[in-house]
Design a protein around this ligand. Structure first.
Ligand code: IPE
Ligand code: IPE
Ligand code: MG
Length: 324
């Protein structure tokens, strides 16, 4: 996986995705007409609703002993955030022409891992964030030990989802893919390098290598595994994976642009705001081009890429056309 992640980064660079001044997202939505925001909004809200119902079903009731642990798990998962990783998994299934429900175990697994990563990331030993989504972080609402154990419970609940794909071979592939995504050469490796990050003398490549593992790996998993669950294979699957990877890198730049904590590893340590914004746009252009081959089936992924760009520009320049 690390080699694969590095290969993916190299191929993104080789594809010219970082050249500035590109033509902007094109293709599925057409730059003249723009995205069908109403359809995207409807999709996003249905995806959130259905993901929440599946998460609820996947987790033990809060009253089940040990109630403090199950309460902490549910506290971290609900009401939740944007549920973007599930949306990417559904978007990949849509690109593959499959019933979106086939990607539900992948969507749930990705959101459980994401939640686990936030619970652990907020601990005093890591980013020491007392708040998450405007509420006390899990280690504040409960305590550090409970938060660590809730994070571990979320991790194992995610793997349980990987056994639930319709095809046993797909289940095995997705389980192995998830282990690689999270492991010491994936998200966890990115997190430890993030903690040790020293901005003095840092390079764009160094920051990007951290972003690739701590953030983009899980987005990449979401589109790749969503594709596997939908029966996508070969080059088409590579394209879905490339989309998730480029989207994930762009997403972390958008987060860096929003959250300017000087203690944290950020693209803004190595690029100006306008350079970082241009890089994010190039990545989203690249992501969108990767999935043009899917035609109308790719509309969800194209819309999510477009919406990330619009959301970021709304936050920074007051543009209006974006969904939360
Ligand atoms: C926040 O991710 C953490 C990063 C990877 C930067 P999201 O912005 O997807 O978090 P929620 O789930 O919507 O709160
Ligand atoms: C969150 O990353 C955790 C992971 C990406 C695994 P950040 O530290 O960059 O995000 P926030 O600021 O806590 O949401
Ligand atoms: Mg953090």
């Amino acid at each position: 996986m690390p080699d694969e992640l590095a290969r993916r980064l190299e191929s993104l660079r080789a594809g010219g995705s970082f050249s500035h001044g590109g033509a902007g997202p094109r293709g599925l939505f057409g730059s003249a007409a723009g995205p069908d925001l109403a359809a995207l909004a409807e999709f996003m809200s249905a995806a959130r609703r259905r993901t929440d119902a599946a998460l609820d079903e996947a987790l033990p009731p809060g009253s089940q002993p040990p109630a403090v642990l199950h309460g902490a798990v549910r506290y971290a998962v609900f009401p939740g955030g944007k549920r973007l990783r599930p949306m990417l998994a559904f978007g990949a299934a849509s690109a593959g022409g499959a019933d979106l429900d086939r990607a539900m175990p992948v969507a749930v697994a990705a959101e459980l891992i994401h939640t686990c990563s936030l619970v652990l990331d907020d601990l005093p030993a890591q980013d020491n964030n007392p708040l998450r989504r405007g509420q006390p972080a899990a280690h504040i609402a409960f305590d550090g030990a409970t938060a660590m154990l809730a994070g571990s419970a979320l991790l194992s609940a995610a793997f349980a989802q990987c056994t639930r794909l319709a095809d046993p071979a797909a289940s095995a592939a997705v389980g192995t893919g998830l282990a690689d995504t999270i492991g010491s050469r994936g998200l966890i490796g990115g997190q430890i390098d993030d903690l040790a990050f020293d901005p003095s003398g840092a390079s764009v490549e160094e920051v990007e290598h951290i972003h690739l593992r701590k953030t983009a790996a899980l987005f990449r998993f979401s589109t790749w595994a969503g594709g596997v669950a939908a029966g996508v294979t070969g080059q088409d699957l590579d394209r879905l994976e490339a989309f998730g990877c480029a989207y994930g890198l762009a997403f972390q730049i958008a987060d860096d642009l929003r959250d300017q904590d000087p203690r944290e590893c950020s693209m803004l340590h190595v690029l100006s705001r306008s350079e970082a914004t241009a890089r994010m746009s190039d990545l989203l252009d690249h992501a969108t081009r990767e999935i043009e081959v899917f035609g109308p089936g790719g509309w969800v992924l194209a819309g999510l890429a477009r919406n990330l760009a619009a959301r970021s520009s709304r936050e920074h320049r007051g543009a209006r056309e974006a969904l939360a």
